[in-house]
Structure formats: structure tokens, C-alpha cells
Design a binder for this molecule. Structure first.
Ligand SMILES: *[C@@H]1O[C@H](CO)[C@@H](O)[C@H](O)[C@H]1NC(C)=O
Length: 371
């Protein structure tokens, strides 16, 4: 990004910065250093070190299938309504987005909503009102995932109408337009079905590519790098996803690379076979093997586990006895952020900030991005 580069021509760099800000409708010169947060994730909103982020996503608002409106559960009303004020105490410039949907929501509900003009309009209008009434700067759609070509076409209609409504609302309110983003699959093709890339590009400010959950005990009978940046033996990696999005026509400056502040734990078949792709009998630690970074560090300390970094895949792993965990530590994070920078991506984001340990990973990411 032009405005990030040191320049002895201050006037030029200010202009370049201004142009970029206008183009990105709100994404600052720092690009996107993003993080998702949800209530009960181990940190309160006011406890987030928001100086390490440019954008924070509050997860999740829900789709009410009766009214096709965006709603916040009663338990989340208080934390969501104060989220922006809470995170801006530490960093008044941090930009906030309300995220809708998520991995636990039903993709069919979104398909139904997106299939009719009237229900799309209810969804769009209610999302804008909700974002404004709670003081968010933007909206983020986490529809995981549109499951047919029809659903993808309807996603395109939804996004086009959403962008038009956001532009109109900004004109009538005199406020800056809300940002509009979406969390998407790591690749531009999900289960053989392509995203409507030109609509994503024209209607969204950017996409958050979910470059994780590549391997997990629920779907892989061997250990693996859960969020590999590279994967010489297989198509599943962050780099392959970035390449697919670029080939499908997504502009590089509208793409943010995702990485997890959690890992996946397996039970090894044989404690002595403890590398990648080692036979496993199932999940360890939790039912789906998910374990956040700060708990992984505790596991290593308490069990004197062996920890290693593999630069071929860009993944950390550790093991003790028959428990094996693949995850991202500071080496993986810094390599991924350096990759995002070098590729010219808009930035990066993490799921989720509550998994960090004393902000070590967030700090590493921010330092690498701004270096
Ligand atoms: C990473 O792991 C793979 C698979 O186990 C191995 O072949 C490779 O040598 C490792 N790379 C490094 C740098 O340790």
C-alpha cells in the first residue's frame, strides 16, 4: 500500500493516503488488522487491547427466520450495544463491525432470506438500523456457506441491494457510509460452487478469508496443520486459497488473510509417531479438539510438552504422550502477516481475540504488519 511506505514526499504520500481512504470507504492507511470477538470468549470488550487492531468484529447477530430481520439475542443486547464505546476507550480510532450469522447458524435460513426481494429488504433495512442504533461502523456477513448456484446468485443480489441501501442511508443521514464485509471460505470455490466474485468486489469493502479448519479431528483421521499457509502434498492451504480468489478475479487489495488464535487437538494412535499426518484415534481436549492459544500454552507448561514449528507448512504443533495439538504461534503468525504484506493484501484478521495470551499473537501480527 502506497501510504504505508516511507516517502520523503510528504504531500504525495498524504494525497495517496487520502485517495486510498476514499477508495476503501473507510479502511485506513494501516490496512486491516482485524479481530473477531464474542461474549464469553475469555476477554470482555473493554479488556481487548484495541491499540493492536484497526477493525474489531462483534459476533454474532442472528437472522430471525420469522421476520427475516437481523436481531441480537437478549443475552447479547447489553454487550453488543456498548461494544463500540468499550473498545474505543483504549483506541478511539478502532473501527467496529457487527457480524451476522457465523458457523453455528443455518445456511438454509440465509438461502431462504436471500431468495425473495421482500425478505432481502427486511434483512438489509433491519441490519442498517441495528448497526446505527448500536453505534457500529459497519456490517459483516458470515453466511457459512451458500450451498448451491442459486444461493450464490441470490447472495450477489443481496450484496448489490445492501450496498445500494447503505449508500442511500449515508446520503440521507449525512453520516459516513457503513462498511460492508463478508467472511468467506478460504477458496473462491466451496464444494464445487463458485462465489459471485464480481459482486463481492463491487459491493463489499473487502472479504475475510477463513484460512483455518483445514485439518481437525472431526474430519481428518490423521494429525495435520489446521491453518497451513502452504501444503506441498494437498490443495488445502491459505496460499492456495489466495491464488484461487485472485484467479477468480478478486482484487488483492480487497482480501484479508485469516488465521486462528486456536488450535486442534488429536489423540495419537502411537505416542512415538507424533509429526504431521500421524494416525489418530479422534479428538483430544474437547469434543471437536478446539483449544485456544492461551490454553495451549498452559497445556505445554503443565505437561512439559514438546513444541515445534514447521516452516514448510507454516504451522506450530506440540505433543505430550498421545495428545497432539496443531496451532499458530508467533512464528506462524509473523510468517503469515509477512506473506499478506508481500502479496499486497489489504490485511489480516483473527478468529478470535479472546484466544490470545497477553496479546502476544496480536502484538506479533501488528509489529510484523507495521514493520
Ligand atoms: C515439515 O513437516 C513435513 C511433514 O512431516 C516434513 O517432511 C518437513 O521436513 C518438515 N519441515 C521442516 C522445515 O521441519
Amino acid at each position: 500500500m502506497a501510504c504505508k511506505k516511507a516517502s520523503d514526499n510528504l504531500i504525495f504520500s498524504s494525497l495517496a493516503c487520502l485517495v486510498l481512504v476514499l477508495q476503501m470507504s473507510g479502511a485506513s492507511c494501516q490496512g486491516v488488522q482485524g479481530g473477531y470477538w464474542f461474549p464469553g470468549s475469555g476477554v470482555s470488550a473493554s479488556g481487548i487491547d484495541s491499540t493492536l487492531f484497526t477493525h474489531l468484529f462483534c459476533a454474532f447477530a442472528d437472522l430471525d427466520t420469522t421476520t427475516n430481520t437481523v436481531v441480537v439475542s437478549s443475552a447479547n443486547t447489553q454487550p453488543f450495544s456498548t461494544f463500540t464505546a468499550d473498545v474505543q476507550q483504549t483506541n478511539p480510532n478502532v473501527v467496529t463491525l457487527l457480524s451476522i450469522g457465523g458457523g453455528a447458524s443455518s445456511p438454509g435460513d440465509f438461502s431462504n432470506m436471500a431468495s425473495q426481494t421482500s425478505s432481502r429488504q427486511s434483512f438489509i433495512d433491519s441490519s442498517i438500523s441495528l448497526a446505527r442504533s448500536y453505534g457500529f461502523d459497519g456490517l459483516d456477513l458470515d453466511w457459512e456457506y451458500p450451498e448451491s448456484d442459486t444461493a450464490m446468485s441470490n447472495l450477489a443480489l443481496l450484496l448489490n441491494e445492501w450496498r445500494a441501501a447503505i449508500t442511500a442511508e449515508a446520503q440521507s443521514s449525512g453520516k459516513d457510509p457503513l462498511l460492508l464485509t463478508a467472511a468467506v471460505y478460504y477458496s473462491s470455490i466451496h464444494d464445487g460452487i463458485s462465489y459471485p466474485v464480481s459482486s463481492l468486489s463491487s459491493s463489499l469493502d473487502w472479504i475475510n478469508m477463513m484460512d483455518y479448519d483445514f485439518y481437525g479431528p472431526g474430519w481428518s483421521s490423521v494429525t495435520g496443520p489446521p491453518a497451513a499457509l502452504y501444503n506441498p502434498g494437498n490443495q488445502v492451504s491459505g496460499d492456495n486459497g489466495v491464488t484461487a480468489w485472485l484467479q477468480a478475479g478478486m482484487p488483492v487489495q480487497q482480501m484479508a488473510l485469516g488465521f486462528p488464535f486456536y488450535g486442534r487437538a488429536w489423540t495419537l494412535q502411537d505416542a512415538n509417531d507424533n509429526g504431521f499426518f500421524a494416525p489418530a484415534t479422534g479428538a483430544a481436549i474437547s469434543s471437536d479438539g478446539a483449544i485456544v492459544y492461551n490454553q495451549i500454552l498452559s497445556f505445554i507448561t503443565q505437561n512439559s510438552a514438546t513444541a515445534a514449528y514447521n516452516s514448510t507448512y507454516v504451522s506450530n504443533y506440540c505433543y505430550s504422550g498421545t495428545t497432539w495439538i496443531g496451532y499458530d504461534d508467533t512464528e506462524s503468525i509473523s510468517t503469515k502477516v509477512a506473506y499478506a504484506k508481500e502479496k499486497g493484501l489489504l490485511g489480516y484478521f483473527t478468529w478470535h481475540v479472546g484466544g490470545d495470551s497477553n496479546w502476544a499473537l496480536s502484538q506479533q501480527a501488528s509489529t510484523t504488519w507495521n514493520s
